[in-house]
Design a protein around this ligand. Structure first.
Ligand SMILES: C[S@@+](CC[C@H](N)C(=O)[O-])C[C@H]1O[C@@H](n2cnc3c(N)ncnc32)[C@H](O)[C@@H]1O
Length: 273
């Protein structure tokens, strides 16, 4: 629609694309239509005369608020409870029995969910921990650090309320145990589960600040937006913050070149330090 007031020129697209890629690793190079689709209404609503005018303001905005809003607009946050459940089965059958023995003395696990989106993944992990450790759970620290770059998804995650359809895949017994239906017929994650998950904003492109080594890292369905060099650097950083023997889970459709990464290959989408 050239000539339209909100037409995005190739230069404007390139500017937004470069901004996003250099700061967040997110490569929208071939996704101009998606970028326009997600930004057009916002730009109009906020009264910017053009994308150039908007970027000029954003780049000078020392509060960082405009940048946050851009990230909230342009990240893809699709997720659901029990997604790629084979990973959770593998955790229960292989990883957690190993950790229960290995950490029997300290009873302290370090678990990180690095692209937590609206919370379904870390809450699923928290329920798995509860179920696995059962009556001994209170003796263990199985707190999950859940991070994401988008403040909007983190807000929803902390709220922890989902529709009936969103919790559909959760076993009935877990629904009864870990959710409470409110007067608006939303299902809120119980306090017992909420307190097992710590949500923080964190950009995977930044240096990792973790003081302790991770036993389990979930980094699923986020690297699809990164180019291969960015993926390689990120995987090396993850490797460096992991315990020997620790497990990394990535999305089942994500492609990484196994020869270029330090992890041992366990099976597709599961790696071990
Ligand atoms: C498609 S969701 C995946 C959610 C969940 N891991 C799953 O597999 O269902 C991808 C998430 O990665 C986040 N993300 C994208 N780039 C990021 C970055 N540089 N640092 C941290 N999170 C990022 C997005 O905000 C989004 O919530």
């Amino acid at each position: 629609m050239k000539g339209c007031e909100y037409f995005m020129t190739d230069e404007e697209f390139y500017r937004i694309y470069t901004f996003l890629k250099s700061r967040y690793g997110i490569d929208m190079g071939r996704k101009k239509e998606i970028v326009v689709g997600r930004m057009e209404h916002y730009i109009k609503m906020k009264g910017y005369p053009s994308y150039t005018a908007y970027m000029n303001v954003l780049e000078k905005d020392i509060t960082g608020n405009l940048e946050k809003e851009l990230v909230n607009l342009l990240t893809t946050n699709h997720t659901f409870f029990m997604r790629e459940h084979e990973h959770f089965d593998y955790l229960k059958q292989i990883v957690l029995p190993w950790l229960r023995q290995k950490e029997a003395k300290n009873k302290d696990l370090c678990i990180w969910c690095g692209a937590a989106s609206t919370g379904e993944e870390p809450y699923t992990l928290a329920m798995i921990m509860k179920e696995f450790f059962g009556l001994e759970h209170h003796l263990w620290n199985t707190e999950i650090l859940a991070t994401d770059i988008s403040t909007e998804v983190l807000r929803q995650a902390i709220r922890g309320k989902y529709t009936r359809e969103q919790i559909d895949k959760i076993p009935q017994a877990w629904k009864n145990r870990y959710f409470r239906e409110d007067i608006n017929h939303e299902f809120e994650v119980s306090e017992e589960i909420k307190k097992e998950v710590i949500f923080r904003q964190f950009n995977l492109m930044d240096p990792f600040p973790f003081k302790r080594k991770m036993h389990i890292v979930f980094l699923r369905n986020v690297m699809i937006y990164f180019d291969s060099a960015t993926k390689r650097q990120l995987i090396q950083k993850v490797y460096d913050v992991m315990e020997p023997g620790g497990y990394l889970f990535i999305g089942r459709t994500e492609v990484i070149d196994r020869k270029q990464i330090p992890f041992q290959f366990v099976k597709p989408s599961i790696f071990r330090k």
